[in-house]
Design a protein around this ligand. Structure first.
Ligand SMILES: Nc1ncnc2c1ncn2[C@@H]1O[C@H](COP(=O)(O)OP(=O)(O)OP(=O)(O)O)[C@@H](O)[C@H]1O
Length: 251
């Protein structure tokens, strides 16, 4: 089943100025339910712009984005905020946890903001505590735990809403390589259980965990790679090679 469709998406910043910036020129792709996709590209290629449009934080200047059968271009700001709360979840490079709340309350927060009952939060957190191995830190505070542990809490906060789609922006960017591997293994695990994930990353090692990598260059799709039956390391090498050719101006 198709979860997300992008048809000829364009985004131009400062369209009426003498120097409009065409951040996205023509992007089309579909995301099936249960897919795990990495978006890669050089700095300035348009990755954040693309993520922000899918996240309903920005509107496309042209084309269509259809998520869960709803056309995001037609939303008012209030409708977009509601849609975000109900359908999307975010995992960021710098975790974005609230230091004044316990880890447990950070995880509850999206359901608190959606006015859900405490009973539902208590029910939903139980399997997350177990599968994310956060038993020992659940009643501590973000400042008292490591970066990898903070990212586990942030992943639990994303999962507790049962989102249609997790949007991850460089989720291992602030972590050392061992901790990154642990977090990537967690993403593998939640994807195997059916969670759809779209992740922007500069890291070929991170992208090698996704089933498909979409490469963006100058606001257009440059190439796509599927992992298929490749090992993580063989696929990582293919991703690095594609990045190298793309960066060196290959067509
Ligand atoms: N608000 C804005 N106003 C004007 N130009 C912008 C704005 N946001 C982004 N751009 C421009 O749009 C282009 C794409 O930027 P974007 O941030 O999407 O790239 P990126 O691939 O995410 O880069 P990075 O990897 O460095 O985060 C760049 O040329 C950038 O300078």
């Amino acid at each position: 089943m198709t979860l997300l469709q992008l048809h000829h998406v364009q985004r131009t910043y400062q369209p009426n100025s003498t120097h409009p910036v065409q951040a996205l020129k023509d992007i089309s792709f579909d995301v099936q339910l249960g897919e795990y996709i990495a978006i890669m590209g050089e700095s300035g290629a348009g990755k954040s712009t693309l993520l922000n449009i899918i996240a309903t934080l920005e509107k496309a200047s042209g084309g269509e984005v259809i998520l869960n059968k709803q056309n995001l271009s037609h939303f008012t700001a209030d409708e977009a905020a509601r849609f975000r709360r109900e359908h999307l979840a975010f995992v960021f490079q710098h975790f974005n946890l609230l230091d004044s709340l316990s880890n447990r309350d950070n995880i509850y927060l999206p359901l608190v903001l959606a006015s859900q009952p405490l009973k539902l939060m208590q029910e939903r957190i139980v399997p997350l505590i177990q599968s994310l191995h956060i038993e020992k830190i659940i009643d501590r505070y973000p400042n008292d735990i490591s970066g990898g542990q903070q990212q586990r809490i942030a992943i639990a906060r994303a999962l507790i809403t049962h989102p249609n789609l997790i949007l991850a922006d460089e989720p291992t960017g602030a972590l050392d390589s061992n901790t990154s591997q642990e977090i990537l293994a967690l993403f593998d695990h939640i994807n195997k259980k059916g969670q759809t994930i779209l992740m922007v990353t500069h890291s070929a090692a991170a992208a090698s965990h996704a089933k498909r990598t979409i490469f963006i260059k100058d606001g257009r799709i440059y190439h796509e790679l599927y992992r298929g039956n490749d090992s993580y390391s063989a696929y990582q090498q293919k991703i690095s090679n594609t990045m190298m050719v793309m960066t060196n101006g290959g067509e």
